[in-house]
Design a protein around this ligand. Structure first.
Ligand SMILES: [Zn+2]
Length: 262
């Protein structure tokens, strides 16, 4: 299944990538555009193992020096119940850790911001994930609000209270965050820093580079129906959207550049 051309391209230099997942439902009818079914998710994990990836938490990815090959942080936004029931057992098979960005005060505990609202983790279930799965838990605001739609006072409250909620529940410092809907402005970056967050993930496509700002980390978005082959293309070309048409365009432009240069 592994395309040797892509794998060689991927493994010939150090590369750090943060993957963004959401819900991991059992049935394909339950997916939104951002969800992967459990069957697909398992295929993605098999690919990461086949590539000899070092799968680590976000904190580890950001603090370890570059090494040969691929370092991956698997992240989940929102805090869906199926991250515990479906994703955790699949990850445990490979002894892969993950990072989860939790909405702390959704009431009722469902994703009302989603086109298909789904159950979220309870406080006890989140504790279980943190302990049993050695997962890193980060913040995702209290109510999954678009920070750019709030006043400065409101956004600072969403950031501060979310951090306090998680630290009280988990009994340890929480220093990572993901912007809801990937939306933020510069003053939100400053508010996160003031609250004591060290790392924050966006939805902008990219790999982690030496110059990456730790409070605006790019990620690769995994969409519903992304096959393992599509994930491999995304990892290779560092893009959220990588159809075969795009791949052909990439190689055509390289051939043209080579001809112009020669
Ligand atoms: Zn979200």
């Amino acid at each position: 299944m592994l395309n040797p051309l892509f794998a060689a391209n991927l493994l010939d230099r150090p590369r750090k990538i943060v993957l963004m997942y959401h819900s991991v439902p059992t049935l394909s009818q339950q997916t939104t555009q951002y969800d992967s079914t459990l069957a697909q998710f398992k295929q993605h994990l098999a690919l990461l193992a086949q590539l000899h990836s070092q799968v680590v938490t976000l904190n580890t990815l950001m603090t370890t020096p570059d090494s040969q090959g691929l370092q991956i942080a698997v992240t989940f936004d929102d805090g869906y119940l199926d991250n515990l029931t479906n994703a955790l057992p699949a990850l445990t098979e490979y002894q892969f850790p993950a990072t989860l960005f939790m909405v702390t005060r959704a009431a009722p505990a469902v994703s009302q911001w989603s086109p298909k609202p789904k159950p979220l983790l309870s406080q006890q279930q989140l504790q279980q994930l943190a302990q049993q799965g050695c997962w890193e838990i980060g913040g995702h605001t209290c109510h999954h609000l678009d920070l750019t739609s709030l006043s400065a006072t409101q956004s600072q409250q969403q950031i501060n209270n979310c951090k306090d909620d998680l630290e009280q529940l988990l009994g340890k410092a929480v220093n990572s965050f993901a912007y809801p809907f990937g939306r933020y402005q510069q003053h939100h970056v400053e508010q996160l820093a003031a609250a004591g967050f060290e790392y924050a993930c966006t939805t902008r496509a990219g790999a982690v580079q030496p110059h990456t700002q730790p409070l605006t980390i790019p990620r690769i978005t995994v969409f519903a129906n992304d096959s393992a082959a599509m994930l491999l293309r995304k990892l290779t070309f560092i893009s959220n959207k990588m159809s075969w048409f795009d791949v052909a365009g990439y190689y055509a432009s390289r051939i043209l550049k080579t001809k112009v240069a020669s």
